[in-house]
Design a protein around this ligand. Structure first.
Ligand SMILES: [Zn+2]
Length: 535
């Protein structure tokens, strides 16, 4: 809006000066999302003489600037007067970029307070967020849980939130949350005509379901045969190793991958809060949902853009790698993913977080997931099939494999070939006893052994730590060095075999790594082995 500065007569004496309608000033506390965190924002509104105008300053984005229109309409529709003066709203700290629509409600309240329509004293110590509809009704905002944690850290006496997301904010169990349906209702609390009724805080249920609903509730009991693959996935789940399954379509790769979340340990309350906060900031939490009770399983399509996969965009939303935090990221048809997106996966795989560069600074999201990838053995997909012959030329095979960079493959501890189970075998396997509970028990034992040595899971052990945590005998050391030449392992691959041998020993309850486990760990390097022999 173009605003012409108000004409002021030259100052002569105090009687000539135009009367200030309101020198200031109403202040209110709200909060801004910054990655997964939220920081307090002070909203100051001053109303002065001048041509009617409404300015929002303090690095607002388009949605915040648009909130002027919603605020003006909501004030009118709720029966209040919009001051026909110059309204200036400042969002402090001014250096922080403000995004989204959560400032609508605090802006409206500050305008009402500055124009003397409601008293502001009671709002001291409140943290207020909410999007306004044009008629004054309140709409949910994303990140309510993050705002509640910010309110607690800031020492707020209460958080005022739209009723549709108040339950989500109450999950933090950190600060009283007052749900509001309309702007008028909050004004009633300010004048003291009505009293807010706090939302009940969510209760935390520690009993995790055996299988993750995200993954379709699949467990090992749903997968017939595939004993070698199951062994590899047990190790992956126990030690936090990344897996790539290689085999023809129909070999059961997807089913195996979907069973992995059911093997991971139950969530702690801290992890559940973290997962719920990520979904809340991503705007994916359904209304009325409680704390996450199961680990995530994310399976983005191979056409996903790097932004969808890694996060970012105009509002810095978390991507699939962050939505899979503390769970499983499943990438089916791995070579079909965009090369730049796969390359960018290296950072979260190494560090467990992802940094997203933005004009206003870097935002860091957590991204500690177990990567389970699946791919065909070759371009025609028949490689590794027991009855169908592959028709790819060596050149086609080389080109197909070359879509995955060496550094990415290097980060996959388990590279496993999976073949379809034969029909006759399948019929007999239906009679096999359930494996799921036994598998979980073994993983729990391995995790206990790991925890006794330190807080870091095997897959993330630093190379300098390995000789202490996973000492090798002279023979084993020599074996591993030979493998470096035979398989053409990089230094990173060398350490990965070592870590996997540690996990396999933990699974079997073996204290020292022996030759058998070391050889087994080396046998899970299918792609490098093939690449070396050119087979
Ligand atoms: Zn082929």
């Amino acid at each position: 809006m173009l605003v012409v500065p108000a004409f002021r007569a030259p100052h002569r004496c105090s009687r000539d000066r135009p009367r200030r309608w309101s020198a200031v000033l109403a202040t209110l506390t709200s909060a801004a999302l910054c990655g997964l965190d939220s920081v307090p924002v002070t909203i100051e509104v001053s109303i002065t003489n001048g041509l009617p105008a409404f300015h929002v300053v303090g690095l607002p984005d388009a949605a915040v600037r648009e909130s002027r229109e919603r605020v003006v309409s909501a004030l009118r529709e709720s029966g209040f007067t919009v001051p026909l003066r110059r309204i200036t709203a400042n969002l402090a700290p001014a250096g922080l970029r403000k995004e989204g629509s959560a400032f609508d409600l605090p802006l409206a309240l500050a305008v009402l307070a500055a124009s003397g329509q409601v008293p502001a004293e009671r709002a001291r110590g409140w943290l207020v967020v909410g999007e306004l509809a044009l008629d004054g009704a309140l709409r949910r905002v994303r990140g309510a849980l993050a705002y509640a944690e910010c309110a607690a850290a800031f020492g707020a006496v209460a958080m005022v939130a739209p009723a549709a997301c108040a339950g989500e904010a109450a999950l933090a169990d950190a600060v009283p949350v007052w749900p509001a349906r309309t702007l008028r209702e909050v004004c009633g609390w300010l004048t003291g005509c009505e009293a807010p009724v706090p939302t009940c805080t969510g209760t935390w249920d520690a009993s995790t379901p055996a299988a993750t609903p995200d993954a379709g509730g699949i467990t090992f009991d749903d997968v017939a045969g595939q004993e070698r693959a199951k062994r590899a996935l047990l190790a992956a789940a126990a030690g936090g190793h990344n897996v790539v399954l290689v085999g023809p379509p129909g070999a059961g790769k997807t089913l195996l991958a979907r069973a992995v979340p059911s093997l991971l340990p139950p969530l702690t309350r801290g992890e559940a809060l973290e997962i719920t906060r990520i979904r809340s900031v991503a705007g994916l939490l359904p209304e009325g949902a409680g704390l996450a009770s199961a680990r995530p399983f994310r399976a983005p399509h191979s056409s996903a853009s790097p932004t969808a996969l890694l996060g970012g965009g105009a509002a810095a939303r978390p991507g699939e790698v962050t939505l899979a935090h503390r769970g499983v990221l499943f990438l089916d048809e791995l070579p079909e993913f965009r090369r730049d997106a796969l390359e960018a996966l290296r950072q979260p795989l190494e560090e467990g977080t992802i940094a997203i560069g933005r004009a206003s600074g870097t935002v860091r999201f957590p991204a500690a997931f177990t990567l389970v990838a699946a791919m065909n053995g070759c371009a025609c997909g028949r490689r590794g099939h027991p009855r169908r012959a592959c028709r790819c030329s060596p050149e086609e095979l080389r080109r197909y494999r070359a879509r995955l960079s060496g550094p990415l493959l290097d980060r996959m501890d388990v590279q496993l070939e999976v073949a379809p189970v034969r029909g006759r075998e399948l019929a007999s396997l239906r009679l096999v006893a359930p494996q799921h509970e036994a598998a979980r028990a073994r993983i729990a034992r391995a995790r206990a052994a790991m925890a006794a040595r330190g807080p870091i899971e095997n897959a993330r052990l630093a190379p300098a730590e390995l000789p202490r945590v996973a000492p090798l005998t002279g023979t084993c050391s020599a074996r591993l060095r030979d493998a470096v030449d035979a398989l053409g392992l990089s230094a990173r691959g060398y350490h990965r075999v070592w870590r996997l041998a540690r996990t396999l020993s933990d699974l079997d309850g073996v204290e020292a790594i022996d030759e058998q486990r070391l050889m087994e760990a080396m046998s899970f390097r299918a792609l490098e082995r093939e690449g070396r022999t050119g087979a």
